[in-house]
Design a protein around this ligand. Sequence first.
Ligand SMILES: NC(=O)c1ccc[n+]([C@@H]2O[C@H](COP(=O)([O-])OP(=O)(O)OC[C@H]3O[C@@H](n4cnc5c(N)ncnc54)[C@H](OP(=O)(O)O)[C@@H]3O)[C@@H](O)[C@H]2O)c1
Length: 257
Amino acid sequence: MGTALVTGATSGIGLELAWQLAAARHHLVLVARTTDRLEKVAHQIRSAAGVDVEVLTADLGSVEGRGVVTDRLRRDARPVGLLVNNAGFGLGQRLVGGDLGREELALEVMVHSVLVLSKVAAEAMVARGHGAILNVSSMAAWTTMGTYAAHKAWVLAFTEGLAGELAGTHVTATALCPGLVRTEFHERAGLDAATWPASAWVDVERVASAALTAVRRGQVVVTPSLRYTAAAVALRHTPRRLVRKVAGAAASGRALR
Ligand SMILES: NC(=O)c1ccc[n+]([C@@H]2O[C@H](COP(=O)([O-])OP(=O)(O)OC[C@H]3O[C@@H](n4cnc5c(N)ncnc54)[C@H](OP(=O)(O)O)[C@@H]3O)[C@@H](O)[C@H]2O)c1
C-alpha cells in the first residue's frame, strides 16, 4: 500500500486506522478540517512509529477542500496506495424542521466527497496497476433511519459497484459497516450515547483492525463483530415493511407495539 490517505483522521475510527497503518509501516496523509489537531496527531505518529506523515487541512464539504485532496491523490511522487474515505458525522436532527444547511453538508461530506475522491484515486491507481479504497459506511445502511442511513446506503452500494468495476485491475474497493463505536461521533451529533447498552458497542481498535484485514484480503464488505455481522444478515432478510416500522418508531420515540 505504501502511502495511505485517511480522511477524518483527527478522531475516532480514522485516527485509529491511521495508528494501525503506521504500525504496519505505511506512510500517511492525514486529512481533516482542524490544523492544530492534525499537526498534533502527525507529530505523535511520527515520533512513535517513525513513518512520514503529511497533513492536509481540508473541509470535504467544499469544492476547494476536495480539490486539495484530489491534487494529492493525483500526485505520482510518493503515490497514495490506499484511500480511506472515513470523514463523516451524525446529523442529530430530523429532516422535517431540521437545518437544511446541515443536511446539504452531510450529503457533500459523506456522499459527494466519497464519489469524487474514489473516482480520482481509482483512476490514478488503475494507471499505476495497484491500490485500494476503503469507504466507511455503517450498519445504518441497511435501515431507513433518516438521511444518514440513506447516505450510508449510497456508500455501500457505490463501493460494491466500484469493486465490480475494478475487478481484474489489481485495485480493490471495500465498504466498512460498523455498528456503534465510541468516538466523538455521538457527542458531535448531540446524541445521548448512554441510551445504548454497553454490549452494543464495538472497540474502535477492533473495527479498524477488521477493516484493514478486509482491505488486505480484497474483501468487498466488512461488518466488524459477530453480533453486527448477524444483525446485518437479519436486516437484509427482514421484510422492508418491518424495517421501516421499527425505524419509524425509533425516530418518533414511540415504543413498537
Ligand atoms: N461512531 C460510530 O458509532 C459510527 C458507526 C458507523 C459508522 N460511523 C462512521 O465512521 C466515520 C468516522 O466517524 P467517527 O465515529 O470516527 O466520528 P468522529 O470521532 O466524530 O470523527 C470524525 C472525523 O471526521 C472529520 N470531519 C468531519 N467533518 C469533516 C469535513 N467536513 N471535512 C473533513 N473532515 C471532516 C473530523 O475532523 P475535523 O472535525 O477536524 O474536521 C474527524 O476527524 C463516519 O463516516 C461515520 O459516519 C461511525
